[in-house]
Design a protein around this ligand. Structure first.
Ligand SMILES: CC(C)(COP(=O)(O)OP(=O)(O)OC[C@H]1O[C@@H](n2cnc3c(N)ncnc32)[C@H](O)[C@@H]1OP(=O)(O)O)[C@@H](O)C(=O)NCCC(=O)NCCS
Length: 390
């Protein structure tokens, strides 16, 4: 058997142990972002997530992920101009979204909408870094429009036309909610979008890269990423976490909820992570804003319940490295902002698309198709028995 072709030497000291769910497997080199699970640290292109959340914007962060550097004012203006120019989506996408069953999950609708965007792009199959960079910018812009249209159509309302006077996040909220968001809403949603923009070789990012590694088109890769993110073990956890907390009336019920889940050995949504064994830095930032937003929107009890759930889970599982992840507090924020629960995961996708496309584009020049193997544990030498003798 030929020796496996390694991606290169790994420069930091890690023990590589291939485990279930590819735990410990290394797929490629990357300069895009790094998750330090022991320290509870996240960097994008060398910049700490706390600094980006405090000082950057989603547009600037998307540029950073895609192009590897913070933009100058002119570069940022040009990038924002491109995003703005691409905001409007073809009527066929809206017609298709309207034709879907009313109870279709918004992530399934988003996947479908992106697929139609790809069908409408005559250059979709031109797989070059230059062309895919343009499609990447288009997708960052248009996925927000598709998700907002889904938010409206599922309630029987007409999609809202993009407003060119608003930046990306403000325009997204405006199109999704049908009214101009206030400054607090824009700020908190923008921070949340920055925090969700990239996160190492997570399932949906890896999915996008696997699909693109066959030199398929970027729309197909991102559709697959949406499919992966939809699951409750990944992005879908934000909906589940909030849905489980909403019926809880007070802190006492929060304690009961956690104790009951522990007794039944049920996973508590919004907690735990494959890489973080320390507190997820994104949850740290979102926890702080959850308190502010829920108080300002007249829902302080929601934050108190969430905090109680957190305290109980950490008391029980903290020693095992189980802490809140990004999906725990994001839902409380979106809910307080007036966003419906089924839209939480599409919002995650609208943010994460920047990381998906950046990583696909980084891999493209050195592309090699992903093709792992399984340890075969089945039979080898069975004799074929004709159907009439079985
Ligand atoms: C994120 C997640 C999928 C990581 O999965 P993983 O690395 O494969 O870890 P495992 O599911 O194997 O969990 C390891 C152990 O921790 C426990 N655990 C992990 N997350 C837990 C949670 N949220 N609640 C309770 N126990 C949890 C598991 O039951 C398992 O215990 P065991 O060793 O006694 O069997 C997992 O933590 C999870 O399912 N969390 C809830 C969903 C969620 O919030 N997802 C969003 C992630 S950003």
């Amino acid at each position: 058997m030929a020796a496996p072709k390694f991606v290169g030497e790994v420069e930091w000291p890690v023990t590589i142990q291939l485990g279930k769910g590819l735990e410990g497997a290394i797929t490629c080199h990357s300069r895009i972002g790094y998750v330090d699970g022991e320290k509870g640290w996240l960097v994008y292109r060398g910049y700490n997530i706390f600094d980006l959340a405090e000082h950057s914007t989603y547009e600037e962060t998307a540029y950073l992920l895609l192009f590897g550097k913070l933009p100058t004012q002119k570069e940022l203006d040009d990038f924002k101009g491109k995003l703005l120019g691409y905001r409007k989506i073809p009527q066929e996408v809206i017609d298709t979204l309207k034709s879907l069953p009313k109870d279709c999950h918004p992530m399934a609708a988003l996947r479908t909408g992106i697929s139609v965007l790809g069908c409408k792009d005559t250059k979709a199959d031109e797989v070059t870094v230059e062309n895919d960079t343009e499609i990447a910018i288009k997708l960052i812009s248009q996925m927000a429009t598709v998700a907002a249209a889904i938010a409206r159509i599922r309630k029987g309302q007409e999609p809202v036309e993009p407003d060119p006077s608003l930046d990306h996040t403000a325009n997204f909220l405006y199109m999704a909610l049908g009214e101009k968001p206030n400054d607090l809403m824009i700020k908190v949603m923008d921070i949340s979008m920055i925090l969700h923009a990239d996160h190492g070789m997570n399932a949906s990012t890896f999915t996008c890269m696997v699909v693109n590694s066959s030199l398929s088109d970027l729309y197909s890769s991102v559709c697959a990423g949406v499919g992966s993110l939809k699951g409750p073990l990944h992005g879908g956890a934000n909906e589940r976490a909030l849905a489980e907390m909403l019926p809880l009336k007070d802190e006492e019920e929060a304690v009961e909820y956690v104790r009951d889940a522990i007794a039944k050995k049920k996973k508590i949504m919004g907690f735990g992570h494959r890489v973080y064994k320390a507190y997820d830095p994104r949850a740290k930032v979102l926890g702080k804003y959850s308190q502010e937003v829920t108080e300002r929107m007249g829902m302080p009890h929601l934050f108190k319940i969430a905090r109680k759930v957190e305290e109980e889970v950490i008391a029980a599982y903290g020693e095992r490295g189980i802490f809140p992840n990004v999906d725990f507090y994001s839902g409380t924020i979106y809910y307080a902002l007036g966003i419906e629960v089924p839209l939480f995961t599409p919002i995650f996708a609208v943010s994460r698309v920047a990381g998906w496309v950046a990583r696909v584009l980084e891999y493209l020049p050195e592309n090699r198709i992903f093709r792992p193997r399984a340890v075969y544990v089945g039979d080898m030498e069975k004799e074929y028995v004709p159907i009439d003798q079985r």
